[in-house]
Design a protein around this ligand. Structure first.
Ligand code: PEP
Ligand code: MN
Length: 338
């Protein structure tokens, strides 16, 4: 239930109402919109609450049901777009966030070469996995902490923020020490222990859509993170599995306007994993921005033929630079900027 307080109700009254709702055994969260405090109260015990009585409590203006299962990430609870600070960019603001870099951090020279190239092209953050989820146990699994150190140094040398994947709960403090954004991979979208752990971290979370997840399941995963107190969640559409075999995944760009309507969270597009094919990345990146995404995350490699992972879908630096120019043109047409 969403409880709208009367305009001008102060902190003491809001705190008291929050405490009373918690005594019903409900999870209670607060936000404000146009100067009005809004309290969301959720949980199985809500069915037993006499809401007419709550509606008569001093300071309460009105009650509204939140008609979706993802409560805190819904626009009903929080009508305004959420903006999340990542380095010098506010993800979800007018400026598009352009996250680029290798699939995996492979070494000092590789990371610095790619960081220099993507920074010059206009990227706002450097991506790179130090802990990699791999289908085969015999594939390269990342450089671990050494990879995070390299990524951080390469990003700092070029004024970029760092985005890196956290594979499991024990790694959250370590990845959070080096990265500005904690990436939750598609395979972990419903790893509820991990969602809970990043929900307690004080870093933004980039939540990829699961390979076979509905939009509602994806938003419910975001709800898990936000319900733990971390409201800084950036959603990422990275393609879903369908019957199609000419592309690695099917990039679901329907999800962009759908999520934008349902949720206040920013949403970006990953056309690299979404297509799996280098020459399909730029068209789908352009389409993603045209569809209203708040940014892109793109794999870039200077020597993709020798990349340790995802070389076939990695753009050459010059291709990324050309794409940024095209994105700039599209951004202008839709009231955004690079
Ligand atoms: C990645 O970003 O390199 C990655 C493994 O992505 P996903 O979880 O979307 O497959
Ligand atoms: Mn990858």
């Amino acid at each position: 239930m969403l409880i709208l307080l009367e305009p001008g109700v102060g902190e003491a009254v809001a705190a008291d109402l929050t405490a009373r709702l918690r005594m019903f055994g409900l999870a209670v969260h607060r936000t404000s919109h146009e100067g009005q405090i809004r309290i969301a109260a959720m949980g199985d015990r809500a069915a037993a609450v006499d809401w007419d009585e709550v509606g008569n409590w001093a300071g309460v203006e009105s009650l509204r049901r939140i008609p979706v299962p993802f409560k805190l990430v819904s626009r009903v609870y929080h009508p305004d777009d959420t903006q999340i600070s990542v380095g010098r960019c506010a993800v979800g603001g007018v400026q598009l966030s352009l996250i680029a870099g290798p699939c995996s951090v492979e070494g000092e020279e590789q990371a610095f070469t790619i960081a220099a190239a993507v920074a010059k092209a206009g990227a706002t953050a450097l991506r790179g996995g130090a802990y990699k989820p791999r289908t085969s146990p015999y594939s390269f699994r990342g450089l671990g902490e050494e990879g995070l150190k390299i990524l951080r140094r390469a990003a700092d040398a070029h004024g970029l923020a760092v985005v890196s994947e956290v594979l499991d709960t024990e790694l959250v403090p370590l990845v959070a020490r080096y990265a500005d954004v904690l990436q939750i991979g598609a395979r972990n979208m419903q790893n509820f222990a991990l969602l809970r752990a990043v929900g307690h971290a004080d870093k933004p979370v980039l939540l990829k859509r699961g390979l076979a997840a509905t939009i509602e399941e994806w938003l419910m995963s975001a709800e898990h993170v936000v319900s733990q107190g971390n409201s800084q969640v950036i959603l990422c559409e990275r393609g879903i599995r369908t019957f199609e075999t000419y592309t690695r995944n099917t990039l679901d760009l329907n999800a962009i306007p759908v999520v934008k309507e349902l949720s206040h969270l920013p949403v970006i597009v990953d056309p690299s994993h979404g297509t799996g094919i280098r020459n399909k990345v730029a068209p789908m990146a352009r389409a993603g921005i045209a569809a209203g995404a708040d940014g892109l995350i793109i794999e870039v490699h200077h020597d993709p033929d020798h990349a340790m992972s995802d070389g076939a879908q990695s753009l050459y630096p010059a291709q990324f630079e050309e794409l940024v120019g095209q994105i700039r043109t599209i951004a202008e047409a839709i009231g955004r900027r690079v």
